[in-house]
Design a binder for this molecule. Structure first.
Ligand code: PEP
Ligand code: MG
Length: 545
């Protein structure tokens, strides 16, 4: 048995045969070309074919993994038309009188290196995208489809790395797990694997490809990031047992649908779902969540090439509110900046982006963006039960300004004769230590708090949430964090506000009882965790000391 370890990006178990993912030989030869114009025409034809293939992949992805995740293939289609990329290919063909394959390969190599050398993890991940589209163009030039056909058996795919288009092209029904030698947890492949609910491990290292061969039996533990090649009987039966337990747990959890979120002693709590896009509503509804506790509205901006208009935003908010049919929907205003960058905002590069110009700071200094979003939100308010939540609050004066702007927008809309619900709740995220510490001052100004434990942890423990190298210092159960949550809960209740938690810590069922004892009223988690948290709530007995 050989055991290798990487980073598990989707926790689940798989046992089966390995299929080593091979691309057809993509090595490119340099040949001399006499007719430059004919070569350029050949290139254009290949690009058109590549764009057509991408359009088909995009349509497939749209059906299987939703618009937000399929977006990457739209970006690929745009990259094929990128001016710098195309200028480079043409100039290599013209100045060196060489074949198009060679010009594309050299350009790809240069662009990949350029992206890989950038500081920003998101931009680094784009080097895989350039490689992906370039390989596609090269294979179209050589009339080759690039990717190997898969066998009929369900397999564990082992690869050096998987490009997003390769991931989505794999037949989901035939894939037991993904294991890759390289790749980052920020890559689209990791994100796609998570969305496809397939056990996945990335970054195992070069030894992965040296250690595996086609048809070998392996076991993948997506929880621990381990792959066991030719596992011994003990490992195999241990993981088979874990897999059966997972299946049984999933089955039992389904039985909790329609049941109350109530503890043994009768304390009730709300369990809502977090969503990042309008496409996630289906999953939220299927999860039996009582509402939406966090709609990360910035994804509307991230998915767009320009500021989304009031009408576009209104349509999205209306759809979420109508789909939730009267259940609470908390929409968080724009939280852009730091790790969520959008070109058209033209944000300056910062030394410490997490401590920089982000979220509410952008909204307060660029009020036209903020007002457009607020107008869309208030206009949509009559279509359901809306809560508006503001991120990254640190002071009373910020909140005063926000409330003034809200009032101004409401008055303006009313003057225009627009109907607005009078039940819209306003709340803030408690995700900075400052907000938690002055929560006694902030609570009387709002209807609710929602604790963003992801940022609260980063700012309290001084641990950059993007930096994998310091993961060992991130103690999510740190007493300082728990005390800040408890303090915020007390101050909320003393001032007539309610309090929820919408950061990842809400999914940590070892803390469910602690949160309930603090008086937390709502837990908002990704749809896949709703029933798991319900189960944890139903096991708690708060009457016991
Ligand atoms: C948080 O910080 O906990 C949170 C929910 O917001 P985000 O993860 O979007 O920053
Ligand atoms: Mg946050």
């Amino acid at each position: 048995m050989t055991t290798l370890t990487g980073k598990g990006v989707y926790g689940a178990i798989a046992l089966g045969r390995i299929s080593v993912f091979k691309r057809k030989d993509a090595s490119v030869k340099r040949t001399h070309i006499d007719n430059i114009e004919a070569e350029k025409a050949r290139l254009e034809a290949a690009k058109a074919k590549a764009a057509e293939q991408l359009q088909n992949i995009y349509s497939k992805a749209l059906k299987e993994i939703g618009e937000a995740n399929a977006q990457i293939f739209e970006i690929h289609m745009m990259m094929i038309e990128d001016e710098d990329y195309n200028d480079s290919i043409s100039s290599i063909i013209e100045t060196q009188s060489v074949n198009a394959e060679y010009a594309v390969a050299v350009t790809a190599d240069n662009f990949e290196k350029m992206f890989a050398s950038m500081d920003d993890a998101y931009m680094q991940a784009r080097s895989a995208d350039v490689k992906d589209i370039s390989n596609r163009i090269i294979s179209c030039l050589s009339e080759d489809n690039g990717v190997d056909e898969m066998s009929d058996e369900k397999v564990i795919i082992c690869a050096d790395d998987l490009a997003p288009s390769e991931t989505v092209q794999l037949d989901k029904d035939k894939v037991l797990a993904f294991v890759t030698a390289f790749g980052s947890s920020n890559s689209h492949t990791a994100i796609l694997a998570r969305n496809m609910n397939i056990p996945a491990i990335i970054g195992v290292g070069e030894e992965l490809l040296e250690s595996v061969s086609n048809g070998e039996f392996a076991a993948v533990n997506g929880y621990t990031g381990e792959i066991f090649i030719n596992p011994d009987e003990e490992t195999k039966s241990c993981l088979e047992k874990k897999r059966a337990e997972d299946e049984e747990k999933k089955r039992l959890l389904q039985e909790l649908k329609g049941k109350e979120n109530i503890t043994i002693d009768g304390t009730k709590v709300k369990i809502y779902a977090n969503i990042g896009s309008v496409d996630n509503i289906g999953a939220a509804l299927a999860s039996d969540a009582g509402g939406i506790g966090l709609f990360r509205s910035e994804f509307l901006y991230l998915e767009s090439n320009d500021y989304p208009s009031e009408e576009q935003q209104f349509a999205a908010y209306k759809r979420v509110l109508e789909s939730m049919a009267g259940k609470k929907v908390i929409i968080r205003t724009l939280d852009i900046g730091a790790d969520k960058q959008v070109d058209y905002f033209n944000l300056a590069k910062e030394e410490n982006p997490a401590l920089g110009y982000r979220a509410i700071r952008i909204c307060l200094t660029r009020p036209e963006i903020f007002k457009t979003q607020l107008r869309a939100l208030y206009r949509a308010s009559t279509y359901g039960n809306l809560g508006i939540m503001f991120p990254m609050i640190t002071s009373v004066s910020e909140l005063e300004k926000i409330l003034e702007i809200c009032e101004e927008v409401v008055n303006q809309l009313k003057a225009e004769g627009v109907e607005i619900s009078d039940k819209v709740e306003l709340g803030i995220m408690i995700e900075t230590p400052a907000a938690a510490i002055i929560s006694d001052k902030l609570a009387p100004m709002v209807d609710f708090f929602s604790v963003g434990t992801n940022d609260l942890t980063q700012y309290t423990l001084a641990c950059d949430r993007q930096n994998a190298a310091i993961e060992q210092f991130v103690d999510t159960h740190h007493e300082a964090i728990l005390r800040l949550i408890e303090m915020s809960a007390k101050n909320a209740h003393d001032n007539g506000a309610w309090i929820g938690i919408c950061g990842e810590l809400a999914t940590d069922t070892t803390l469910t009882e602690t949160f309930l004892r603090m008086g937390i009223d709502e837990l908002s988690v990704s749809p896949t965790f709703v029933l798991k948290v319900r189960e944890a709530v139903r096991r708690c007995d708060l009457s016991e000391k």
